[in-house]
Design a protein around this ligand. Structure first.
Ligand code: SF4
Ligand code: SF4
Length: 451
């Protein structure tokens, strides 16, 4: 028997596992009231990748909302179908973008997942989140040790020997094999020693760089390019020396810890605000940035932290939206080499960012820039989705690959590190003449001559 129960989701008696309320377009709502906003029109069916790939109502946005509502009302006990319905959702938000009522399906799906027995309670999930939150030096040391093993080929051997299954983390086997990099210096190591990014000696700043875990721990070149761009186009700034945004904890059933991550980052922001007044917190992974923009929702009902989270969220911006197109100058993109842009879900659906990066790209790439058909179609990466739902993820990715191939692009620009990993894995196999590159790295390369 799972915990699915009308009282839990309706009255939030298990509040540590759930959000108190959702912040919807119609205001602050209980989970039941938010899901009841779905009028079953089906308009979202045309954009939901899992429905489009399978034609199955139970794994569509409408189906997921109906499942949650029926569970709350105690009108279904089909726990197996509910679990499949919730676990196959990409949390991409495409449904909400086209929904007239703006039903927050992804957040509702997460509430459904959190009601599943044992969700987020495994030893591995608790240990990973606890280490990242409370034992960061140890976490980073362990990660470096893992990367060192990868460099000498031992992590692949561990996969063959079944060690990842033994420690209850089978997804690590696929994750480590799909990574083609293993940095032994993280952004925190690099920026922590960079005097130009410290608050000391500065009177004012216009930005503070927030290093999301993807750039911080894996794609360090992304953070280096982002900071170079911020210095080049926005003036003085600092490194926030932040914690993980908490998205991993939030998405994998650890809401209490997600709030703890958020509090640590808000406190750091407030320290800098005392010194410098207003500035923008800029991150370069759209998933993390979109999540930080919703920090207020983590604290509904908390009179102390809700307003502080709101102030923090209002200062947060994605690198995709902060570069001033009118001031961008640089060398042109190589003529004859087509470049295209993939809208990461948490940029377009999560933050409504669509035109800003295109304005910059059109200025630098000119006629070499080509629109990607179905650019808002999810790449299938969706955090750990490629590892937890490999079959569906591959079908969704295949459609993205076909669309990329149709543009004959050599470069596919993205704004989230999960997309970088997933699209490059797909291209390597299906369309190897193209490569996915992070937006910051591409723009930095073309505008370097200005410095
Ligand atoms: S989620 Fe929105 S678009 Fe989809 S069925 Fe419900 S009301 Fe209609
Ligand atoms: S978040 Fe994405 S996968 Fe989930 S229901 Fe909405 S459109 Fe479908």
């Amino acid at each position: 028997m799972t915990k699915y129960d009308i009282n839990e989701l309706y009255d939030h008696t298990q509040e540590p596992f759930h959000l108190k309320h959702l912040l919807t377009d119609l205001g602050e709502r209980t989970i039941y009231d938010a899901v009841a906003q779905c009028n079953r029109c089906g308009y979202c069916e045309t954009v939901c990748p899992t429905y489009m790939m399978t034609g199955r109502e139970t794994i569509s946005a409408r189906g997921r909302n109906q499942f949650l509502r029926l569970l709350i009302e105690g009108r279904t006990r089909d726990i197996g179908s509910a679990e499949e319905s919730f676990s196959t959702c990409l949390l991409c938000g495409a449904c909400t973008s086209v929904c007239y009522a703006k039903v927050p399906t992804a957040d509702l799906v997460l509430e459904g997942r959190r009601s599943g027995a044992g969700y987020g309670q495994s030893f591995a999930a608790r240990m990973a989140v606890d280490m990242l939150l409370n034992k960061r030096p140890f976490f980073e040391l362990a990660l470096k040790a893992g990367f060192l093993l990868k460099r000498i080929g031992l992590s692949a051997l561990a996969g063959k020997l079944g060690l990842y299954d033994f420690i209850g983390m089978p997804a690590l086997k696929t994750a480590q094999s799909s990574l083609d990099r293993a940095p032994l210096k993280f952004l925190r190591d690099i920026f922590g020693k960079d005097a130009s990014l410290k608050p000391e000696g500065k009177k004012e700043i216009s930005w503070a760089y927030f290093a999301p875990c993807g750039p911080n721990y894996v794609f360090t070149e992304v953070g280096l390019s982002t900071v170079a761009l911020l210095k080049r186009f926005l003036g003085e700034g600092v490194f926030t020396d932040n914690f993980c945004c908490g998205l991993i904890a939030y998405n994998y059933g650890r809401v209490t810890e997600a709030r703890e991550f958020a509090k640590k980052n808000i406190l750091r922001f407030e320290e800098l605000k005392t010194l410098f007044g207003d500035f923008t917190v800029v991150g370069d992974c759209s998933s993390c940035v979109a999540f930080m923009k919703t920090y207020e929702q983590l604290f509904t009902g908390d009179e102390e932290w809700q307003p502080r989270a709101k102030t923090f969220a209002e200062a947060v911006k994605d690198i995709l939206e902060v570069l001033p197109a009118e001031r961008i100058k640089g060398r042109s993109h190589d003529a004859g080499e087509t470049v295209t842009y993939h809208d990461s879900c948490r940029a377009c659906h999560g933050q409504g960012i669509r035109s800003e990066p295109r304005e910059v790209l059109k200025k630098l790439a000119g006629k070499s820039f080509t629109e990607l058909p179905e650019s808002e179609w999810c790449c299938g990466g969706a955090g750990a989705y490629a590892f937890t739902q490999p079959a569906l993820s591959e079908r969704i990715s295949d459609r993205k690959m076909r669309n990329i191939a149709s543009t004959q692009a050599k470069t596919v620009l993205v704004g989230a590190t999960s997309c970088l990993l997933q699209i490059n894995a797909g291209l390597k196999e299906k369309y190897p003449s193209a490569k996915a590159v992070h937006y910051s790295v591409y723009i930095d390369d073309l505008t370097k001559q200005l410095t």
